[in-house]
Ligand binder design. Structure first.
Ligand code: NAD
Length: 304
């Protein structure tokens, strides 16, 4: 076993050099596993991403080459949903601005009209991407007496809709009617810039946008404009278009809460993600069916 212990991801050349003649890779979302890596490492049989999202891996190329890709769904769902709510609440109720207000010594006396935010309870929550995390976010909304709208390529089914009191609508309706728009789609070609200038213009001026999915789902430059001109009230972002870079326009705005891609970062969940990824990797190397494969067809082709 070769363990990379540094904080920074390995440059591609070094990744390839160290991966050559290895059968399994346990990797992070900062490791780009593309066709060049796969071609250069023909012994590779398993790529186990320690994340549910796998847009850092060329899955089609892996499948073609009989490499099994796995991810870590479910174990991080509730932790990510909790943090989505932390961003939502911080943006709506201006928690970070309040913290700075106190630290800067501006809290001289209690004031009736200081740092007013928008209510959360009883409002409309719009969930874009109603999968595991989107539904967990919606479930938390029930406790706040919220109306839940969702948009997803696939309907959730009547039982889930009843349980979460959720209604499937199209994206324009969701944007028009929601007080909070929260994004939970994977990053795919069709979800890149799903929320751009047009979508932002369709949102309510009192609404907040929350993104704990993947940065490129939002056109960050368009979001900066919308926030700057107060065409929407606020935003909470855990992810950015070109991480770790953050659009400089965001840094100067007070109506956006920023987090360094930490939605699944709890002690308990990070341990579960690591264990699941290792379990996935070892199971493939032992010839078994891993718990959470992304491309099970690669397993079939290996065995054929
Ligand atoms: N910020 C973080 O740290 C963090 C943590 C975990 C997951 N994530 C991101 O959250 C994403 C969702 O995770 P999940 O476990 O809920 O995945 P999931 O597969 O259960 O849910 C994704 C949902 O999006 C839907 N979808 C796909 N294309 C769509 C489109 N064009 N329009 C609308 N909906 C569409 C799918 O049908 C599915 O229901 C991951 O892919 C990952 O990128 C981020």
């Amino acid at each position: 076993m070769d363990v990379h212990t540094g904080d920074a991801p390995l440059p591609k050349r070094e990744l390839i050099a160290r991966l050559r003649a290895r059968q399994g890779l346990v990797c992070l979302i900062t490791d780009a596993v593309d066709d060049e890596v796969l071609v250069a490492c023909p012994d590779l049989r398993a790529v186990a991403n320690v994340a549910v999202g796998f847009n850092n891996i060329d899955v089609a190329a892996a499948t073609r080459r009989g490499v099994v890709v796995t991810n870590t769904p479910d174990v991080l769902t509730d932790t990510t949903a909790d943090f989505t709510w932390a961003l939502l609440m911080a943006a709506a109720r201006r928690v970070v601005e309040g913290d700075q207000y106190v630290r800067q010594g501006r809290f001289k006396q209690w004031e009736y009209m200081v740092l007013l935010g928008g209510d959360i309870h009883g409002k409309t929550l719009g969930v874009v991407g109603f999968g595991r995390i989107g539904r967990a976010v919606a479930r938390r909304g029930l406790g706040f007496g919220m109306r839940v709208l969702y948009q997803d390529a696939v309907p959730a089914g009547p039982e889930v809709e009843r349980e979460l009191r959720a209604t499937r609508v199209d994206l324009p309706t969701l944007l028009r009617e929601s007080d909070f728009v929260t994004l939970h789609t994977p990053l795919l070609p069709e979800t890149r810039h799903l929320i751009g200038a047009q979508a932002l213009a369709a949102m309510r001026p009192t609404a907040c946008l929350i993104n704990a999915a993947r940065g490129p789902v939002v056109d960050e430059a368009a979001l900066v404009e919308a926030l700057r001109e107060r065409r929407i009230a606020g935003a909470g972002l855990d992810v950015f278009e070109e991480e770790p870079k953050v659009h400089p326009g965001l840094l100067g705005l007070t109506n956006v809460v920023l987090a360094p891609h930490v939605a699944s970062a709890s002690y308990e969940t990070r341990l579960k993600m690591a264990n699941l990824a290792i379990d996935n990797c070892l199971t493939v190397l032992e010839g078994g069916t891993p718990p959470t494969p992304v491309n099970p067809e690669a397993l079939a082709s290996r065995r054929a």
